[in-house]
Design a protein around this ligand. Structure first.
Ligand code: FAD
Length: 397
């Protein structure tokens, strides 16, 4: 896939790949087992000058993003990270997606303040919407936040879940709803009721419930339940105008970014399988040959889809980029899941025996692809083609 990048892009991606291979991959099993945030990995990214990928160049960052002339390098950085550790990639995505949002929605004073924190001090950011409203059978109370306007800002009370990097991040971009609980993803009501608020997570009114997070995979994302006990957000920390996140389709910038992580998991499994099968001299088996070929074709196809979407963003064809981005997200989920399946069928049971990285990738990918619902993504693509109204951000039915 080197041919898809120019020399300067290759250099940046190679630096990430080096770190991923030498530092992140060896630590991944430990973070997964203890379900702890990959703090040392973030320290390494900061020390290597790779911590501010989507902070504009004039603020000291690398300047990548969908509204610049280069988003593909960012996605390939993410892919390399995901190959080593999909949980780390989710934390990294949240951090870099927040930078994209600040670059596009924050005012100049906000940018100067928050980008300095990222570039100079290594501040970590996240973006949190998750407030699912449908209860699970075992769920006791209702999830979600209430947002009240007060003199000089807003007060946020209640809970969010799936709050990636919760105990480790410095700042969160809260997507909340003044019309009632639901964040942005699960919101009802007018679009204008969705606000983006920057929240400093050291505020004593904020607490984290780690007991909520005991999933099959993506354990090191520490995507806890967060409780806001009357958290005050001053007006200077309100980002953009009411409803901007949905009206301008900011979520569509991040939909292919998830796919870049899925691709990383797939490529990790493919490379593992190739090495495993060669070591075991199983290459003469025609079924093995088929599965190796299909894994390679899937990985290559996924790269080409991402390159296609990136080119649309980079050339300013934003409407088309948003439309095709959903297709890429759907196709790459299918391709990646098939690669994992091929890898496991070709390699056999021992590749699912710890500490095999395939065992972790399999668990991680199986929950991470649930971040959106592939059935609803496909329905959304169908609605687009049929000229029907649809939700390009969260693919709501
Ligand atoms: C590892 C991980 C990390 C995450 N990190 C973050 C993060 O940092 N920030 C963040 O904002 N979010 C994050 N998310 C949360 C994610 O965005 C979703 O909010 C979360 O997956 C919703 O949980 P759920 O699938 O259990 O529930 P639901 O949202 O209830 O969805 C369950 C299923 O029901 C479907 N559904 C929903 N409504 C309807 C309906 N009316 N009719 C029919 N079907 C419906 C959905 O499409 C879905 O398939 C993360 C998710 C994961 C898995």
């Amino acid at each position: 896939m080197q041919a898809l990048l120019d020399a300067a892009q290759r250099d940046v991606v190679a630096r990430v790949a080096d770190l991923a291979t030498s530092r992140f991959a060896p630590r991944a099993a430990g973070y997964d087992e203890s379900a702890t945030f990959p703090a040392e990995d973030f320290d390494d990214l900061f020390a290597a000058g790779l911590h501010a990928p989507a902070v504009p160049v004039q603020y000291g960052g690398l300047g990548y993003g969908p509204y610049t002339d280069d988003v593909f390098t960012l996605w390939m950085m993410t892919k390399e990270i995901a190959k080593a550790d999909l949980s780390l990639a989710r934390c990294w995505e949240g951090h870099s997606n927040s930078q994209v949002m600040l670059a596009g929605m924050a005012d100049d004073d906000q940018k100067a303040r928050w980008f300095e924190g990222i570039v100079e001090r290594g501040d970590k950011w996240v973006a949190w919407s998750g407030e699912p409203q449908a209860r699970t059978p075992e769920q006791k109370g209702r999830l979600g936040t209430i947002v009240e306007p007060v003199d000089g800002g807003y007060v946020v009370s209640g809970t969010k879940v799936f709050a990636t990097s919760a105990p480790a991040a410095d700042w969160a971009l809260l997507l909340v709803n003044t019309a009632g609980p639901g964040g942005a993803r699960h919101a009802e009501g007018p679009v204008e009721s969705i606000l983006a608020l920057a929240c400093q997570l050291s505020d004593p009114s904020i607490s984290f419930d780690a007991s909520w997070w005991n999933p099959i995979g993506m354990r090191a994302t520490v995507s806890y339940l967060v409780n806001f006990d009357g958290t005050r957000i001053p007006r200077e920390q309100v980002i953009g105008y009411p409803g901007q996140y949905l009206k301008e389709g900011w979520q569509t910038c991040f939909i292919p970014h998830y796919a870049a992580s899925f691709l990383g998991a797939a490529e990790g499994a493919y490379e593992y399988a190739l090495d495993y099968l060669k070591t075991q001299n199983k290459g003469a088996d025609p079924y093995v040959q088929h599965r190796v070929a299909r894994m390679a074709l899937n990985v290559e196809t996924a790269h080409l889809w991402l390159r296609r979407v990136a080119t649309l963003w980079e050339s300013g064809e934003h409407d088309e980029a948003q439309r095709i981005g959903a297709r890429a997200r759907y196709v790459i989920e299918m391709l990646a899941m098939q690669v994992l399946d091929d890898c496991i069928r070709a390699c056999g049971a021992r590749c699912l025996n710890r500490p095999s990285p395939v065992e972790r990738l399999y668990r991680d990918l199986s929950i991470y692809v649930r971040h959106d619902n592939a059935d609803q993504i496909l329905a959304t693509i169908g609605k687009q083609l049929l000229g029907q109204p649809h939700d390009p951000s969260f693919f709501k039915p």
